[in-house]
Unconditional design. Sequence first.
Length: 202
Amino acid sequence: MPQRLSLKPQVGIFVDTQNLYHSARDYYQRTVNFESLLRYGTADNRELFRAISYVVEREADTSAWPFIYKLSTLGYKVRRMTLQVHHTTDAGKIIWEGNWDFGIVADMVRLMDHLDVIVLGSGDGDFLDIAEVLMERGKRVEVIAFKETTAQKLIDGVDKFTHLPDIEGAFMPTREKAAAPEMAALETPALETPEVEAAPAV
């Protein structure tokens, strides 16, 4: 067990930017304020040990660079992946693959011994298994995502679920939305993704 240098709870924040971006766009026509998410995750006298943001990019597309730089200045370590062709349908439509699930799980396991609290920014129900493992090892696991696109089993299974729009300043001001074209870099073509078990409306 690593030696602790602080008595404050150590928190690790793991954010699937595409997951949150598309949910915000599709259900609220807004853009996530990733700074507010970071602030919320480190509230209650917690100390940030590591914040990691996971980004999927198109090859040779530099439009995401300003957004990635912004995430870095906010305090996120940005991990990047290039979209890969998964398959082509019978109708000739290209299906792309860009999934950070294994990478996020690997980072959680790698940092687990340094953390007291793990905050996941994704509603993907596939993360329930790793969440259960972390909780069995005495870690507190929280999820910040959109209830419309979060698996009910994930909501039920973690220590705390926060509906992202309930966070103060969860979205970028609308007047700034047009001034931030780099956010469009998170637009991705059709991806090969698992079906999401959506939570019922509350």
